[in-house]
Design a protein around this ligand. Structure first.
Ligand SMILES: [Zn+2]
Ligand SMILES: [Zn+2]
Length: 257
């Protein structure tokens, strides 16, 4: 039977020596398989539940996509997954080398720190994402780095990971850097990774699922990010609206400047 101590053991997460090339190759393949499996499972589910049924939320476009858009989005997402798997392996190597702040004892910083660390990661991520995203909209950088993502004007759930490898790299380095600086439990880290995928899908769904204005005013959802894909000058945030508010780059549905 699985006990709590299972989640407090290093070998539960990394059972092999990653410095061995053969082991590192196996680990890379396992991580890549996990990332791709999660992408197809979650994006595929979202596609069938929300796009096929058309039963939920406010539809932001007509779901008629240019020819080959979904095929291209899946292709770029697979390339991004490759980079994310390298990032996962790098994170594992850093952990094994003992240079990260990843801790195993669930009580080390108190149980409250578990949700707090999740929140902290999301806040720092918001700031990191906002500034790198604005930078990627500079014309020279945009053409070389970010145009692939914006080729999806009518967003689809398949666009969640649809990035040029340069952009995927910018996203992929965030967590390996963060784990060196800010303590986090691997269970929180795994939850955060799933949260990242879920929000990426929700932001690109082309459907506004949040019925409450007060929530939409503070958290980014389909409508907020849809405006970014359509207008590009507004709504650069990731999870929260505060950076767009502070930097004066926010627009809401129906009130675009
Ligand atoms: Zn953009
Ligand atoms: Zn996007």
């Amino acid at each position: 039977m699985l006990t709590l101590s299972h989640f407090e053991s290093y070998s539960s997460y990394i059972p092999i020596d990653l410095l061995d090339l053969g082991n590192a190759t196996i680990a890379f393949c396992v991580i890549l398989g996990f990332i791709l499996g999660r992408y197809f499972l979650m994006v595929g589910s979202a596609y069938f539940v929300f796009w096929k049924s058309k039963a939920f939320g406010v539809h932001l476009h007509d779901f008629k996509l240019p020819k080959n858009q979904i095929r291209k989005e899946i292709g770029w997402s697979m390339v991004s997954s490759f980079l994310f798997a390298i990032s996962g392996l790098a994170l594992g190597l850093l952990w094994q080398a003992g240079v990260t702040q990843i801790y195993l004892d669930l009580n080390e910083y108190g149980l409250l720190y578990l949700p707090l660390s999740f929140f902290l990661y999301s806040l720092v991520h918001e700031v990191y994402f906002y500034f790198t995203h604005v930078w990627m909209h500079r014309p020279w950088v945009y053409q070389r780095v970010h145009a692939v993502h914006h080729s999806s004007v009518k967003t689809s759930p398949f666009a969640s990971f649809s990035f040029h490898p340069y952009e995927a790299f910018i996203h992929a380095v965030f967590l390996p850097i963060m784990v060196v600086i800010v303590p986090i439990h691997p269970l929180v880290l795994l939850s955060y990774l799933t949260f990242m995928t879920l929000t990426a899908i929700s932001n690109h769904l082309g459907i506004e699922l949040i019925p409450f204005k007060v929530v939409r005013q503070n958290f980014i959802s389909g409508g907020h990010h849809f405006i970014h894909h359509r207008k590009m000058k507004y709504n650069f945030g990731l999870y929260y609206t505060f950076m767009d508010k502070v930097m004066g780059t926010e627009a809401n549905l129906g009130s675009e400047k």
